[in-house]
Design a protein around this ligand. Structure first.
Ligand SMILES: [Zn+2]
Ligand SMILES: [Zn+2]
Length: 355
C-alpha cells in the first residue's frame, strides 16, 4: 500500500436534538461535527442519559444556543486520530461531563480534571480549547472527544444502564471513595432518585451498611430493592431520633433546600454530610455541627482516573443504573417527567431508535 498524505476528514452533518433557546423544549436540529484531530476519538452515540443538569442547562444555566445537551454518553467508535493509542473503530466508548481541561494544573496532573483550576471544558455548552467552537453533547447521532476524556466500557455492563454511570455514577462514587466508605462504615443516602439510587448501590457494593433517607413512603420498597439495609422517613421525627449518632457519612442528593438539622443529628462524632444537589443554601443549625464536630461538605464529579476506576468497580459488582429507555422523539416528554420526578430512576435515550 502506498502511504497517502493524511486527509482531513470531511465535515459531517450530525442530526441531533437541541434547545434553540431557553424555553426548555428540544427540537430536531443538525450541526457540523468538527474535524478529527490526532488525539480524537469519533463515535456514534448509542445511548445518552438525561441528567437533572440538562433541565437547568436548557433553561437558566444555558449560555450558547442552540444547545445539544447530554453528558452521559455511551457510543461506538467510528474513527480515531493518528495519535490515538487506546481506542480502535468498533470499540464501545463512554463520555461523561467533560471533554478537555488545561492538563497542567495540579488536579489535572492527578487525573482529577473535574477540579481543573481553569475549569474543565464541559461536554456541551462549553468552548473548545483549540478552536473556540461550542461543544455538543450526546443528544446527537455522533460526537467527538479527545481520547484522554473517553472511557472504555468494561464487558458485561448493560450499555443503556451504563450511560448514567458517566455523570450520576461518578458523582456518587467519588465522594464515597474520598470519605473512605467501606466495610465497617455506616452510610446514609438522602433522596432516592437518579443520583441516590446509584449512591445506594455503590455504597452497598463498597461494603458499607446503608440506610436510605426519603421523604416519600412510596419509595421505601424501591430503596430496599436497590440494596438499602433499612429506610428512614425524613418526616418521621421518631425514626430520625432512633438513628442519632449513627452514621459515619451521609450522601445527600436532594437538589432543593431541605431541613438538614434533623439529618445532621444522625451523624456520629466527626461525621460528614456531603451535599451533591447544590441547593440554594443549607438550612442547618450550626449547633448541630458543633455538638459532634460534624461537617457539611460538597463534591463535584470525578476525574478521568476515578471514572475508569468506577467503571471497573461497577463491572466487577454488576452495577448499572435502573433506566427507562426512550426514543429521541420522546425527549421532551422524558424531560418533563424528570422535572416531576416521575422516573425510576433514570431516562436514557436510545439514539439509534427511529432509524
Ligand atoms: Zn449530569
Ligand atoms: Zn487543569
Amino acid at each position: 500500500m502506498s502511504s497517502l498524505p493524511a486527509q482531513p476528514s470531511p465535515l459531517r452533518t450530525i442530526s441531533a436534538h437541541a434547545a434553540l433557546d431557553r424555553d426548555g423544549q428540544l427540537e430536531p436540529w443538525s450541526f457540523e461535527l468538527r474535524d478529527l484531530r490526532p488525539g480524537d476519538v469519533a463515535y456514534d452515540v448509542l445511548y445518552a442519559g438525561i441528567c437533572h443538569t440538562d433541565l437547568h442547562m436548557v433553561g437558566p444555566w444555558g449560555r450558547h444556543f442552540p444547545m445539544v445537551p447530554g453528558h452521559e454518553i455511551v457510543g461506538r467508535v467510528t474513527e480515531v486520530g493518528s495519535a490515538v493509542t487506546g481506542f480502535a473503530p468498533g470499540d464501545v466508548v463512554a463520555v461523561g461531563t467533560m471533554v478537555d481541561s488545561c492538563r497542567e494544573c495540579a488536579p489535572c496532573v492527578a487525573g482529577m480534571e473535574s477540579y481543573c483550576e481553569q475549569g474543565p471544558t464541559t461536554t456541551y455548552d462549553g468552548l473548545d480549547r483549540v478552536d473556540g467552537s461550542v461543544t455538543r453533547g450526546g443528544f446527537a447521532r455522533s460526537g467527538i472527544c479527545d481520547e484522554r476524556f473517553a472511557h472504555h466500557v468494561p464487558d458485561g455492563l448493560d450499555l443503556a444502564g451504563a450511560a448514567p454511570l458517566l455523570c450520576a455514577g461518578i458523582t456518587c462514587y467519588s465522594p464515597l471513595r474520598h470519605w473512605k466508605v467501606g466495610p465497617g462504615t455506616r452510610v446514609g443516602v438522602v433522596g432516592i432518585g437518579g443520583l441516590g439510587h446509584l449512591g445506594l448501590k455503590l455504597a452497598r457494593a463498597l461494603g458499607a451498611e446503608v440506610t436510605a433517607f426519603t421523604s416519600s413512603p412510596e419509595k421505601v420498597d424501591g430503596a430496599l430493592a436497590l440494596g438499602a439495609h433499612d429506610v428512614v422517613l425524613t418526616r418521621d421525627e421518631e425514626q430520625l431520633a432512633a438513628k442519632a449518632n449513627t452514621y459515619d457519612f451521609i450522601l445527600d442528593t436532594v437538589s432543593t433546600t431541605h431541613p438538614l438539622t434533623p439529618i445532621m443529628s444522625t451523624l456520629k462524632l466527626d461525621g460528614t454530610l456531603c451535599s451533591l444537589g447544590i441547593p440554594d443554601h443549607f438550612d442547618v443549625a450550626p449547633m448541630s455541627l458543633a455538638m459532634a464536630r460534624r461537617s457539611i461538605a460538597s463534591s463535584g464529579s470525578g476525574g478521568t482516573r476515578e471514572t475508569a476506576e468506577m467503571l471497573a468497580f461497577c463491572a466487577e459488582h454488576g452495577i448499572t443504573a435502573d433506566v427507562e429507555v426512550v426514543k429521541p422523539e420522546e425527549i421532551n416528554e422524558a424531560m418533563a417527567r424528570l422535572a416531576a420526578n416521575d422516573v425510576a430512576y433514570r431516562f436514557v435515550i436510545d439514539m439509534r431508535a427511529g432509524d
